[in-house]
Write a new protein. Structure first.
Length: 193
């Protein structure tokens, strides 16, 4: 998937005009790319459009219009766009109550390294977490992580074929497995093109 360039982005003025329609388009596009793994963990599989939206929103909120500032955001977010042999996801650990969230983030230490994609009978694809920077400490995990699932040719072929696709987490404090539905599978399969 092609990385974003400054020429792919709306100017602040154009984005102000297009934002409502663009946001609606992105939210509809994102729906099949969201996988809830149990009650408290969500994976949002990113692609070029979802990352463009994130960058556009940052530029809008921070009023960034200078080429250097735009280049910094592109440099920070382009690595989250799939490269053709992988899937990339933002992992969110969600507990609405702040006190419970603080306790759970301690209990869930290292969970980001225990997320796997299961593709039919292929070997599990364990996520590579937080390549840009460590988000966890020695005692607790972060509520947000960035994951990369690197697939080989056989796994990609099985993914595009009819193999069952699941996301599984095997952690002492959180053990869940969920199947990716047909709409999600179709959306994610396009990331390999």
């Amino acid at each position: 998937m092609q990385k974003l360039a400054q020429s792919d982005l709306y100017t602040l003025e154009a984005y102000a005009r297009e934002r409502i329609a663009f946001r609606a388009r992105v939210l509809a596009h994102k729906q099949p790319r969201i996988v809830h793994v149990g009650m408290h963990l969500t994976l949002v599989f990113e692609d070029r459009l979802t990352i463009q939206y994130q960058i556009q929103e940052i530029l809008r909120v921070e009023r960034v219009f200078e080429p250097g500032g735009i280049a910094e955001e592109l440099e920070a977010y382009n690595p989250l766009i799939p490269d053709g042999s992988n899937l990339k996801a933002t992992m969110l650990i969600e507990y609405p109550d702040a006190d419970e969230r603080a306790r759970r983030l301690i209990e869930l230490h290292d969970i980001e390294n225990r997320v796997a994609l299961q593709i039919g009978g292929c070997a599990p694809v364990v996520a590579i977490a937080d390549e840009d920077l460590d988000r966890s400490t020695d005692t607790k995990t972060s509520a947000v992580h960035f994951l990369r699932f690197e697939l080989d040719a056989a796994q990609i072929a099985a993914f595009k074929g009819d193999a069952e696709i699941a996301v599984a987490i095997e952690h002492p404090a959180y053990c869940e497995r969920v199947l990716v539905d047909a709409a999600g599978r179709a959306a994610l399969a396009r990331d390999f093109d």
